[in-house]
Design a protein around this ligand. Structure first.
Ligand SMILES: [Zn+2]
Length: 165
C-alpha cells in the first residue's frame, strides 16, 4: 500500500489536533489519529506535561482512547496516523494493539535529534522487523507541513527543551 489522498486528509486532522494548544515547538505539538473503516475512533495530542505522564505520547493516548471507545483490546484493521515518526515505545504499542498500519509525517531526519531516544538506532524499523511482519509502516505523509511543528535538525536548543538528555 502507499500513501493516498485519504491519508493526507487524516494527517491534516492529526496536525490540527497537534496544534490544539499552540503550534510552537515548545508546546510539543504532536498529534495522533486512529482511523477504522473510514472513521476516526481516537484523536489525541501529546499530554506528557499536562498529566504529567512520561508515557503520554500522542500515539499512546490515541491507542488508549481507541480501545476504551471500541471496547476492544485489539485494533485490527485500523490505521494510526502520527505527525512525527513514532518512538520505540509507541511502535511497540502499535504492535501490541494490532493496528494494521502506521502512517507518520516527519521522520527522524526532518527534525531535531532530541526527539528520538537513541542517537544511532532507528527503533521503528528494528522493532517492526523484530516482532511483526504484517504491520505496514509508511512515513513522509505531509512531511514538510509536519516538520514545521518541530525544532529543525541541528537547532541550538536550551537544555530544558531537550527531552532526551
Ligand atoms: Zn512515542
Amino acid at each position: 500500500m502507499s500513501l493516498t489522498e485519504e491519508d493526507e486528509r487524516w494527517m491534516r486532522r492529526a496536525i490540527e489536533i497537534a496544534r490544539s494548544k499552540g503550534s510552537h515547538p515548545s508546546t510539543s505539538p504532536l498529534g495522533s489519529v486512529i482511523v477504522l473503516d473510514g472513521e476516526e475512533i481516537a484523536g489525541e495530542r501529546n499530554q506528557t506535561h499536562e498529566l504529567p505522564d512520561a508515557t503520554a505520547h500522542a500515539e499512546m493516548m490515541a491507542i488508549r482512547r481507541a480501545c476504551e471507545g471500541t471496547g476492544e483490546l485489539e485494533l485490527r484493521g485500523a490505521t494510526l496516523y502520527s505527525t512525527l515518526q513514532p518512538c520505540g515505545m509507541c511502535t511497540m504499542a502499535s504492535i501490541w494493539s494490532k493496528v494494521g498500519r502506521v502512517v507518520y509525517g516527519a521522520g527522524r531526519a526532518d527534525v531535531h535529534e532530541m526527539y528520538f531516544e537513541a542517537r544511532h538506532v532507528d527503533t521503528l524499523g528494528f522493532i517492526a522487523d523484530a516482532y511483526r511482519d504484517d504491520i505496514v509502516i509508511e512515513g513522509g505523509c505531509l512531511r514538510e507541513e509536519c516538520a514545521t511543528l518541530y525544532y529543525p535538525p541541528g537547532a541550538d536548543l536550551p537544555q530544558e527543551e531537550q527531552a532526551n538528555l
